[in-house]
Design a protein around this ligand. Structure first.
Ligand code: DX5
Ligand code: ZN
Length: 234
């Protein structure tokens, strides 16, 4: 069995760069986005504090865009399930924080969500290949988690290539997602490496026209992938 990348690249705007006082309007402004990326930070796993479950519950009612919750928190084994129960489409936990990531994935799926596993830029993929068999998404961090607007760390593309190969050869069945520093200057390299879903915060909500930024990023990623598939390997 071989799996091709999802037919069209997916764009997940991160509301970390949106106006927190106008979240429903900001979501409506990117209604064409594939997922809405929600960065949950607890000031322990990362040195920043953002939003939590009540905001996700409110957002779920305010938008039809599937919510992609990225939990940068300690003890996700205890807290992640609440986000699935709140109706998040995909709930991603960090492998560096999870105590029993296989049980966690099973619980998330049982609660009706997709299960995502994230790796920080310097966390290797190889020790987690068997764990990833239980997951629907792999979120490769291309910045140190904690803040938007940071520079893209290019060496993580090696992990994207590895994950893409594992998916294409049927060893894993998951979506490859990247998060951090994605913008018009970096998205092509990420697309060529095999990313399916691109999180973009400042490049979308920092733009004059967020909806236009989403469609331009999607087109740009699509063209790069096409170049790869018609021109040889990655
Ligand atoms: C960082 C967050 C990202 C962040 C990305 O810890 O996980 O989702 O919002 O922001 P940009 O796209 O500005 O790097
Ligand atoms: Zn994120």
């Amino acid at each position: 069995m071989s799996a091709e990348p999802t037919p069209q690249p997916m764009i997940a705007p991160s509301i970390l760069s949106a106006d927190f006082a106008r979240l429903a309007d900001e979501a409506a402004g990117v209604a064409d986005a594939d997922w809405l990326h929600v960065d949950v930070m607890d000031a322990h796993f990362v040195p920043n504090l953002t939003i939590g479950l009540p905001v996700v519950q409110a957002l779920r009612k305010a938008t039809a865009i599937p919510l992609d919750c990225h939990l940068m928190i300690e003890d996700p084994d205890r807290w992640a399930i609440g986000y699935a129960e709140a109706g998040a489409y995909n709930v991603t936990v960090h492998v560096e924080a999870a105590k029993d990531p296989v049980a966690l994935a099973k619980n998330l799926r049982a609660a009706g969500a997709k299960a995502g596993l994230s790796v920080k830029p310097n966390t290797p993929l190889e020790p987690y290949v068997d764990v990833l068999k239980h997951y629907d998404t792999l979120l490769v961090m291309s910045v140190e988690p904690g803040f938007g607007g940071q520079g893209f760390i290019a060496h993580v593309l090696d992990k994207v290539r590895t994950a893409r190969r594992l998916v294409d050869t049927g060893h894993l069945t998951l979506l490859v997602e990247i998060d951090g520093g994605i913008n018009p200057d970096t998205i092509e390299a990420a697309a060529e490496a095999g990313v399916d879903c691109f999180v973009a915060g400042s490049a979308v909500f920092g733009a004059d026209d967020p909806a236009g930024a989403v469609s331009r990023l999607r087109d740009q990623a699509g063209r790069s992938r096409h170049r790869v598939s018609s021109g040889g390997g990655r």
